[in-house]
Design a protein around this ligand. Sequence first.
Ligand SMILES: C[S@@+](CC[C@H](N)C(=O)[O-])C[C@H]1O[C@@H](n2cnc3c(N)ncnc32)[C@H](O)[C@@H]1O
Length: 338
Amino acid sequence: MGEILRETVSALEKEESSEEAQAQLDIWKYIFGFVEPAVVKCAIELGIAEAIENNGGPMTLSEISSTLGTSTSHGYSYAQTPLSRRLMRNDKQSMAALILLESSPVMLAPWHNLSACVSVNSDFPFENTHAQDLWQYTAANPDHSNLFNDAMACEANLTVPAIIEGYSEAFDGINSLVDVGGGNGTAMSIVVKACSWIRAINFDLQHVIDKAPEIERVEHVAGDMFVQVPKADAAFIMNVLHDWRDEECIQILKKCRESIPKENGRVIIVELVIEEEGNHDKLKDIRLMFDMVMMAHTNFGKERTLKEWDHVIKMAGFSTYIVKSIKNNVNFVIVAFP
Ligand SMILES: C[S@@+](CC[C@H](N)C(=O)[O-])C[C@H]1O[C@@H](n2cnc3c(N)ncnc32)[C@H](O)[C@@H]1O
């Protein structure tokens, strides 16, 4: 009896001490959690992945440093990998601008005010930090606006080809398509290349349209989606609704519905869907992080569960909708019909 008791106590002690050790390890990760993104940002700024790509094969550290004009020397060789390729600024799979945006002082500063937004007198971390909301700030700061639009273009480059590959039916029977809050027009440039019969409108705020590059078969139109959306056979709206609260989403979706034909019209919504219990994939944690990002960077934005999407879509007057996941992508496609 005495033996069993002693063994149970020591097993408990072991469990407690391993929990203690794990806790300490976790805290160290919180303390230095910023180091990895900071080092990756540094690698992008130095252009390490571009140097290896231009070399056409693996490089030793001293070769890299002499190419980049930095000082260091070791014997290892470094080759391009799927990860490092995503750190090049001009690759189709590039995620560099997303890293540069999220690690920029402008986007990091509001995180220091995160607790304010959940306190009793809830406050907005971004607006509190910069005295303007994100859209006012980008309108007034062209450099940050360019960084923001480049980052959004990265996401469009990852997501839109995956939609075309996995769910091209979304674009069936459409001759004209308006991208609402389309940024610099990257999404529509991909759509018109893949679907040569489609004529596209890229619709966004004046300061964004002013800087958008010319794209064949894409017309840039400036305006306010809360007032009016240009007419087309279908509307496309990607990563825009998550910036707004339900009432605003309903208002935007109503404007989209008014811009498309009642018969055969559709709104193609590309957004995250937060999985409810028991329906998790490997991107679940990333989607939850996006929800936190919305908290830090927008006043009322949030990621939504399917139940929450159902509410805003129905309140905006749509009769039915279809939801499709996109392979290896954080986003989903929700096609809503009037
Ligand atoms: C998160 S970005 C998404 C950009 C693009 N759809 C993408 O996914 O790459 C949101 C976009 O909404 C635009 N936007 C914000 N308020 C708007 C308004 N009132 N009318 C039109 N566009 C607006 C912003 O300028 C920005 O380009």
